[in-house]
Design a protein around this ligand. Sequence first.
Ligand code: APR
Length: 244
Amino acid sequence: MQDKIQKARDAIARAEKLLVFTGAGISKESGVPTFREADGLWEKFKAEDFATLDAFKRNPREVWKWYRERRALALKVKPNPAHYAVVRLEEAHEDFLVATQNIDNLHQRAGAKKVLELHGNIMHSYCMKCGHLVDESAGELPGEVPSCPCEDCDGLMRPKVVWFGEQLDPHDLERSFQFASECDCCIVIGTSGLVYPAAQIPFLARRNDATIIDVNPEPSAITPIADYFLAGPAGQIMPRLVEE
Ligand code: APR
């Protein structure tokens, strides 16, 4: 493993344009559940009952309750060594981007600046009628099903996350695809690589002959295209990729 770590470190050091693509696994050691593992969220909750627009329209109270619980957890946990290692990579690379599928805000709390949240941010809500955006990391919106705080609007507030069946922000998607198509190294951390269009990102990097480094305790859909599969928890592997 040390030999692969060293080769991956060399590829990162040589990188002119470095992309980091993350999934729920990078936050696992912070205490945030993943989705598809045995103890994952989709083993306990049906995505169609909590993470679709239809579910929200059918039962806004239940969906809001679920997101409030996930927000409370996201606020309670802390970034782990893997998030801080990604910040070190950002500091060492001028041309750098984190494209994350995560909504837990932990990359930003660790100090990352160049973050594209492809699936939104659990701390943000917006009005379904007027689009008024609220950042709730400071506090809670009133009411079990919060309504728009605007004077002359009675719209419902919803979490600013991408639900199944919804489009990702086209600008963010285009920017992450463009960056992936031009990068010369892509570090994939903690994703099963099963959910598109985000999962296309490492494949676009591969098509540009970028070095692909896959950090995951288990093989994923990305592992077959990885130059280096570093099998282990991100909190242990990532610091070894950035230590002096
Ligand atoms: N370090 C690194 N990877 C880990 C760790 C860890 N400590 N623990 C688990 N993993 C890996 C698992 O092996 C798995 O491959 O993290 C991955 C988590 O996969 P998923 O649960 O499918 O999460 P993710 O890939 O982020 O899902 C993508 O699906 O449900 C949607 O919107 C949701 O953004 C999410 C998207």
